[in-house]
Ligand binder design. Structure first.
Ligand code: TYM
Length: 332
């Protein structure tokens, strides 16, 4: 059976981008067709300046939102990265396979390193090695497919390279994974700056729709979205990025193709209004389930405990095999 692995990082409140680009497919498709694992990657949240209490809170919230988005622990495994030691164990071995140059070429590293420096902070070494830990997440489970948004494609590509290199040097140990991207909304853009990704760790609140935003807040953010100059409604990602983003969000939430939807509008106002309502309707069931789950925190904890146990049992044989293959004595 196909093995699927993906993850979400608790560095901010989850956004519409996380939902449309990843979580929704995990719940609607992946958990039904594959042996699927979904991970709250809390170790990755420590790669930038962080507040310990906030990371704990956001990790719990991310787990609750994954379940609220429809992940069913009877169909898939939901767990927290730091609860399964195999991720960190394997990461070190992969650091011995990856190169410094490869890490420095990663787009997200370059962007985040610049941002940290601008804030006057220093760049943590773990930010540089971030993609290696991500490769460990994926490879520890002999993952076939990694459903992610467009921004993670380069990291998954690196995981492939490391798997191939390790297998060639030390014998076949890992499955070579591949990224699977959604057909629409693979890159939801910031509503205030449609040339930038809608990212949860960014500070521009009005351009980001959070999964737990009240319906009126969602409406306000969508209606105030920056659009391009011009009056006709056309779908053109390069020339009209603001409009294209709204059309893609509408298509992802209400169905249809962005280019076709464009033909149905002759004003920006009507498009924004319909997009806002479509987003509100898409988020409504998630928010309702989130409220119900918050009333039962014991349930979420139990899911995570059980998930970690299952994940550990799946990862350990592969990671042990990698330790043996690379030349370490068995810990008998
Ligand atoms: P993270 O937490 O940034 O995002 C989680 C998922 O949401 C997708 N996503 C988006 N998709 C479309 N438009 C957007 N604006 C948008 N913003 C986020 C991401 O592509 C991702 O699929 N490095 C990963 C976490 C990770 C991981 C892994 C993922 C760690 N280990 C192993 C897969 C497999 C990250 O920071 O995702």
């Amino acid at each position: 059976m196909t093995r699927v692995f993906s993850g979400v990082k608790p560095t901010g409140h989850l956004t519409l981008g996380n939902y449309l680009g990843a979580m929704r497919q995990w719940a609607a498709v992946d958990q039904h067709r594959a042996e699927a694992l979904f991970c709250i990657v809390d170790l990755h949240a420590l790669t930038v300046d962080h507040d310990p209490a906030r990371v704990r809170r956001l990790s719990r919230q991310a787990a609750t939102l994954l379940l609220a988005a429809g992940l069913d622990p009877r169909l898939c495994t939901v767990f927290v990265q730091s609860h399964v030691d195999e991720h960190a164990r394997l990461s070190y071995l992969l650091e011995c396979v990856a190169t410094d140059g490869e890490m420095r070429r990663m787009i997200q590293y370059k962007e985040k390193a610049v941002r940290e420096q601008r804030r006057g902070g220093s760049v943590r070494l773990s930010l540089l090695t971030y993609p290696v830990l991500m490769a460990a997440d994926i490879l520890a489970y002999r993952t076939d497919e990694v459903p992610v948004g467009d921004d993670q494609a380069q990291h998954v590509e690196l995981s492939r390279d490391l798997a191939v290199r390790f297998n060639q040097r030390y014998g076949h140990t890992f499955t070579v994974p591949r990224a699977t991207l959604p057909t629409v909304a693979a890159r939801v853009m910031n509503l205030q700056d449609p040339t930038a990704k809608m990212g949860k760790s960014d500070d521009t609140g009005p351009g980001i729709v959070y999964l737990l935003d009240d319906p009126d807040v969602v409406r306000k953010k969508v209606v105030r979205a920056v659009t391009d100059s011009g009056h006709d409604v056309v779908y053109d990602r390069a020339a009209r990025p603001g409009l294209a983003n709204l059309l893609e969000i509408l298509a992802a939430c209400a169905g249809g193709e962005p280019a076709e939807l464009a033909g149905g509008y002759d004003s920006y106002g009507a498009l924004k209004k319909d997009t806002a309502e479509a987003v509100v309707e898409a988020l409504r069931p998630v928010q309702e389930r989130h409220r119900a789950l918050c009333a039962d925190p014991g349930y979420v904890e139990e899911v995570l405990r059980d998930g970690a146990e299952r994940a550990r049992a799946m990862a350990r044989p592969t990671v042990d095999a990698a330790y043996g293959a690379i030349g370490l004595l068995p810990n008998a």
